[in-house]
Design a protein around this ligand. Structure first.
Ligand SMILES: [Zn+2]
Ligand SMILES: [Zn+2]
Length: 710
């Protein structure tokens, strides 16, 4: 957020910016350009009465003067019921303000910002802000004119992508300093010489000090004027001058040169006006506030406006809706604060001492800075539009692509920026990588505060506040089938499926943290527990009989993908029609015709029908990966009878009708001998494949049956 002021023409809540349109909690950083209330007056409200939690920066003199100005504002404001914040709010707010020096660069949460001299008032700053490679320059109120005490605004040496610039004076140009000063002084002289009182309403701080220096200089040079007193009527007068005395070293060379003789803000001819002058003496009075809203300047104006010898000089910008603006139109009458109408007989002069950039300053500044985009702020609509048109026509011939925006309050302005993203390779990777176009590198891509880096995982704790963590995934899948069949399926899909020794796998899974605690019994149990395979070196599939398998892997893009594929294969294998329940229960209650009694474990036998189904299912599963269209069916017992021969005991065989990609064959499987013969096949290659697949499946299934049983 840039600046946080109040509207000088309104009071209470109405003077606040449209805070409803921002989420104060989302503001990380608040930069305040200078102490004027239209730039900083809402600060205590924003820091104390909203959810704002960010950091606030301003220059040292800005903070010093602001402290005084806000305290004064609260004293006036709190008398009315519309006070925006209390003295306690102000104290708390001031404690949160941090200091930035001119030309100091800081970085907060990836926002880089730097402070430059803006002229305008003591401590007045402009800021360059860089976020994600986009450069913004905000001028605040600025002046490129070197006056009696302030340096002119600087020109930062970086070309901004967006220039946010004040448009207060629109297309108008100030008269030259020389003309303006001559006109001002001759008018002041004329008024006091005709016995009148000359009222100059001023902001307590800022232009007032420049005018005081000017009057002091003129009175010093013209002894005949010294009989007319000059008063500086502000509650803040003493303190303000002390602050100015303190910061003389931040002002320009003219004032610093005078410092060698005596303090330039230690005036001989100017007095602090504590009592309101009620005699008739001609005098010059500078009084705040600057726009005659209330206070001392207003009281004096109401008192003196009926006398035609008197004069009021408005020395700067007057906001619409204030008395200062009204009297510039020379009305016959004015409304007093009491509501009574007063005749206006005094004359009213406008001499702009405003330290705001005029059109020639702003257009020159734009030419020097060469911004890609311009956003106008801090101006009445008409002035803003005039400046927008003038800048556009100035830029049109050479840089027609430059946008000049004049947004109304609360309107959002957006720009699109395309920048090359650059990531730096750092740490141990930088030692091992030689830069070459097209070369692939492998590391962790870290984006932090809008900058990108690539580094080895081991370097993360060194260069970031990230740490390396591993996530071990475990997934249980219901599975009632033969594990060797599953292994066989996995081998059809993956190149690497290795059997894992239960003990070593166990140690690996727990990261070697077992050992002493593990009892021999537990080891034995683990060994007896299950078979397991390691797929592609990263996913372990372990059988958890009787009803599930456990997939385990370290989470990674590759690991997750392989695990997904494994789980799909497990589910395919588990849900097949030949799913065999190798439990005593099923065995006992099942309607089996036969048992393989020779194994000795009656509760873990497999019926012929189940084995046949298993073979059909397994062959289908394998062939599906090899051919586009497959059809595998079990042939009726009868038709297989004659060809295999009566020597083979019943229950040890299966005959399958297979069609793959239009090639048909009959497969005759002998479970006992694990042979698979192919008949009625026209294609030798297909026949050989079918024979080999059948044999492998018989081998796998017989091995599986035995390993379970024993
Ligand atoms: Zn200002
Ligand atoms: Zn301003």
């Amino acid at each position: 957020m840039l600046d946080c002021g109040i509207h000088p023409g309104y009071a209470g809540d109405e003077s606040l910016p449209f805070f409803d349109h921002v989420d104060p909690a989302s503001v990380d950083l608040l930069l305040v350009t200078h102490f004027h209330l239209d730039h900083a007056g809402a600060l205590p409200y924003f820091t104390e009465r909203t959810s704002f939690k960010g950091r606030i920066f301003m220059t040292h003199p800005t903070k010093a003067v602001l402290k005084m100005m806000i305290a004064d504002y609260v004293r006036i404001g709190y008398n009315s019921e519309e006070g925006l914040y209390s003295e306690a709010d102000v104290d708390s707010c001031l404690r949160k303000i941090e200091i930035i020096d001119f030309h100091q660069s800081l970085e907060i949460d990836g926002i880089k910002f730097r402070c430059y001299n803006a002229g305008h008032v003591l401590g007045g700053a402009m800021f360059t802000i860089e976020i994600a490679g986009v450069n913004v320059l905000y001028t605040g109120d600025y002046s490129r004119e070197d006056d009696r005490h302030l340096m002119a605004a600087e020109t930062p040496n970086q070309k901004p992508n967006v220039l946010i610039v004040e448009s207060t004076y629109g297309k108008s140009d100030h008269e030259s300093a020389k003309e303006r000063e001559a006109r001002f002084l001759s008018h002041v002289e004329k008024v006091v010489n005709r016995g009148g009182r000359c009222l100059i309403p001023v902001f307590a701080l800022g232009r007032a000090q420049e005018l005081l220096l000017l009057l002091e200089e003129h009175w010093e040079a013209n002894p005949e004027l010294q009989r007319f007193p000059i008063y500086y009527a502000s509650r803040m007068a003493d303190r303000a001058l002390r602050i100015y005395q303190t910061y003389v070293n931040m002002m320009n060379e003219k004032v610093r040169a005078r410092m060698d003789v005596s303090n330039p803000f230690h005036f001989r001819h100017i007095h602090n006006l504590r009592i309101k002058p009620d005699d008739d003496e001609p005098c010059v009075v500078m009084a705040s506030p600057g726009m005659l809203q209330s206070g001392m300047s207003r009281q004096l104006f109401e008192k003196w406006c009926g006398d035609r010898r008197n004069s009021c000089i408005i020395p700067g910008y007057a906001v619409e809706g204030t008395l200062a603006k009204t009297i510039l139109g020379m009305p016959e009458q004015i409304a007093a604060q009491s509501g009574r109408m007063l005749p206006r007989r005094c004359d009213v002069q406008y001499v702009s001492f405003s330290a705001h950039a005029d059109y020639s300053q702003t257009s020159e500044f734009v030419r020097i800075m060469e911004p890609d985009n311009i956003v106008l702020v801090h101006g009445a609509k008409a002035e803003m539009n005039r400046l927008q048109k003038a800048l556009l026509s100035m830029l049109q011939p050479s840089r027609p692509e430059v946008q000049v925006m004049a947004p109304r309050n609360t309107h959002i302005v957006s720009f699109e920026f395309r920048t090359d993203k650059i990531a730096k390779v750092i740490g141990s990777m930088a030692d091992n990588v030689t830069a070459r176009r097209g070369r692939r590198i492998r590391g962790i891509f870290v984006t932090e505060n809008f900058s990108h880096r690539i580094m080895a995982p081991a370097d993360l704790p060194t260069y970031t506040n990230l740490s390396v963590n591993r996530i071990r995934q475990r997934q249980h899948i219901p599975f009632h089938n033969n594990f060797n069949l599953l292994t066989y399926f996995l081998r059809q899909v993956f190149d690497s499926v290795e059997a894992v020794e239960p003990s070593s796998e166990k140690a690996g899974a727990d990261g070697g943290a077992t050992g002493a605690a593990e009892t021999a019994a537990a080891k034995a149990k683990a060994k007896a527990a299950s078979q397991a395979v390691l797929v592609e070196g990263c996913v372990t599939i372990r059988h958890k009989p009787p009803d599930r398998v456990l997939a385990e892997w370290a989470a990674s893009p590759t690991g997750d993908m392989i695990a997904d594929a494994c789980v799909a294969i497990v589910m395919q294998a588990a849900s097949g029609p030949a799913s065999v329940r190798l439990t005593s229960k099923v065995c006992c209650h099942g309607a089996h015709e036969e048992h393989t009694d020779d194994c000795g474990h009656e509760h873990e036998t497999v019926s012929l029908e189940e084995r046949q189904q298993q073979v059909v299912y397994a062959i289908r599963g394998v062939l599906r990966n090899m051919f586009k269209e497959i059809d595998v069916d079990l042939l009726e017992e009868d038709s297989a009878e004659g060809e295999i021969g009566s020597a083979v005991p019943k229950g040890e065989r299966a005959a399958l009708k297979v069609v793959v990609d239009g090639v048909g064959a009959v497969l005759r499987c002998n479970f006992e001998e694990q042979t698979c013969l192919v008949y009625e096949c026209d294609d030798k290659a297909v026949g050989d494949t079918l024979s080999s697949v059948g044999r492998q499946i018989l081998l796998t299934l017989s091995h599986g049956a035995h390993s379970h049983v024993h």
